[in-house]
Unconditional design. Structure first.
Lengths: 284, 258
């Protein structure tokens, strides 16, 4: 008994660390969003709920929020379309080949987001290989200017989040009993019918967390839009950082961050509720 | 025909994953004066140029220093937490696991903002220690997940056997548990190190006055000067990650790692 209690004490450093430097900061962020602003200072005396009113009535804040959420939705959808075939292909591979494929999918995870974005900058730049290839093929007669466009931000973020989607789907696909697929086929279902009616629903326990994780991370992604989006598109994360670091209005920045987090959370809860029945059926 | 189209699609998708990495490495090896892919001739001169830039080297050293401390602290805390969590009941263990991976599930930007306010309140705003704390919080989940997975693989009977043969708790840990958990611990340490070296948003909001980490310096560099020196800097972090993957592969095997 004493030994067990001693052992339990080992979790304390981690609990204290995350409690103090993760949970308290979130509480501080919420508190900050109700503080009064004061020009020239990070924040002023007293409390107010005025920032929420400012954000709710200020058209361009809501516009940025809606833009961020819809962009995250687009990214999540493309991510799923890109990831599913990869996950399927991976789940069929064995031994050395499987190892190589794992390395291909996981290696981008080990490399910073900034560097992966930079790679796209090199590829699509006015003088880059994409433009030169298209020019020499005669597809275009003058180089495309793709840098600082919304499309590029979407492409780069899909690239950043694809591993987060592939790995859980791959796990779910690996867990499908091959006998089920054979049963479906021997009962006369074609390849397409087997995919829609059997494989896709059974892989949903991997698809759902993948979708949620990518959506949440994409809503609040800062680096990629900041580097590749230029000044063209105002997204919520850029707006938040500008407010915090540029104008030093901490209460307003905190309000924007809380609104963004709440909006993403509500979307996730709605999605989970909507897909709850499907999850239950797969588990049964 | 459909089979061929399917294979082509798969190859294309894998290529999509790897293109940016290949582009950065290729651009850094150019002998010419401009960022070009494919490179115009091969040389390492842009790497030499990187080391002549005092600001970039300083940022690299700061990144390495913070990453080393992050690795040491997270490894110790994660190992203790993973050992302790084995004494938790099943239900609690699941919640504990979720709690430990929170920094990974919540967007980095939100954690960074919360820490910015909180560290300022307790007098650590804009200090190296504050930045260090941010890195430790962000790296902890990666480290914990791999250590906990390694510990779960150990047969509990070994623990009992060691105890019934008269070994003390500490001796059992030192002679039985630690050697068996070592591969997972090394993997977690490598993950923590790489995560710390790559962190951008947390570093942007928490950086000390006058201090810069490599990703921050690289971002600034990219926005005003698009030269192969930046590619050289990026390639060095890619190589660092590959070295880490090689270490993991030797010790654990990649498939168990991800």
């Amino acid at each position: 008994m004493k030994r067990r209690r001693l052992r339990l004490a080992l979790v304390l450093p981690a609990v204290v660390l995350l409690g103090v430097f993760l949970i308290l900061p979130y509480a501080e962020m919420v508190t900050m969003s109700f503080r009064a602003s004061q020009p020239g200072m990070m924040y002023g005396q007293g409390y107010t709920s005025g920032h929420y009113q400012t954000v709710m009535t200020g058209g361009h804040y809501l516009e940025a929020l809606v833009r961020s959420l819809s962009m995250a939705l687009v990214i999540t959808t493309i991510c799923l379309v890109v990831s599913y075939p990869i996950a399927w292909h991976m789940s069929r591979a064995r031994d050395r080949k499987a190892l190589l494929l794992y390395a291909c999918v996981a290696s981008p995870l080990m490399i910073g987001v900034l560097i992966r974005n930079f790679g796209w900058m090199v590829m699509i730049n006015v003088d880059g290989p994409l433009n030169r290839a298209l020019l020499s093929l005669g597809v275009i007669d003058r180089p495309l200017r793709l840098l600082f466009t919304q499309g590029l931000v979407v492409l780069a973020l899909v690239h950043v989040f694809t591993p987060f989607m592939v790995l859980p789907i791959n796990n779910a696909l690996r867990n499908i009993n091959p006998a089920v697929l054979e049963a479906s086929r021997s009962l006369g279902a074609g390849r397409l019918a087997t995919f829609w009616k059997v494989i896709l629903p059974l892989s949903f326990p991997g698809v759902q967390p993948g979708l949620i994780l990518v959506f949440v991370l994409a809503t609040a992604a800062y680096v990629t839009p900041a580097l590749l989006g230029g000044q063209m598109v105002t997204l919520m994360p850029t707006l938040v950082v500008q407010t915090l670091v540029g104008t030093f209005d901490w209460p307003l920045g905190a309000t924007l961050a809380v609104m963004m987090a709440t909006a993403a959370l509500v979307a996730v809860i709605l999605f989970s509720l909507a897909t709850h029945r499907l999850m239950e059926r797969v588990r049964a | 025909m459909t089979r061929l189209a399917g294979s082509a699609l798969i190859v294309l998708l894998y290529a999509f994953l790897l293109i940016p990495l290949v582009a950065v490495i290729a651009a850094s090896l150019t002998a010419g004066d401009f960022m070009r892919v494919p490179p115009e001739g091969l040389s390492l001169r842009w790497f030499a140029r990187f080391f002549q830039r005092a600001d970039l080297v300083e940022a690299l050293l700061m990144s390495l220093q913070i990453a080393v401390v992050t690795t040491l602290v997270t490894s110790a805390v994660a190992l203790m937490a993973a050992l302790g969590s084995q004494a938790l009941s099943r239900r609690l263990a699941t919640w504990f696991q979720i709690g430990m991976t929170l920094p990974l599930l919540i967007p980095e930007l939100l954690t960074a903002i919360g820490l910015l306010f909180f560290l300022y309140r307790i007098g650590l705003g804009k200090t190296v220690l504050g930045l260090q704390i941010g890195h430790i919080v962000m790296a902890l989940p990666y480290c914990y997940v791999s250590v906990a997975a390694a510990l779960r693989q150990i047969d509990p009977a070994l623990d009992d056997a060691s105890g019934s043969l008269g070994a003390s708790g500490w001796q059992t840990f030192r002679r039985v548990t630690l050697p068996l958990a070592m591969p997972g611990l090394v993997m977690g340490a490598v993950f923590a190190f790489i995560t710390s070296v790559d962190l951008y948003t947390v570093s942007l909001l928490l950086k000390p006055i006058g201090g810069n980490t490599l990703p921050l310096a690289l971002f600034d560099f990219l926005t005003y000067e698009f030269s192969p020196t930046a590619a050289a800097a990026a390639t060095m972090s890619v190589l660092l990650a590959f070295a880490g993957i090689a270490v993991i592969h030797r010790l654990v095997g990649l498939q168990r790692a991800f």
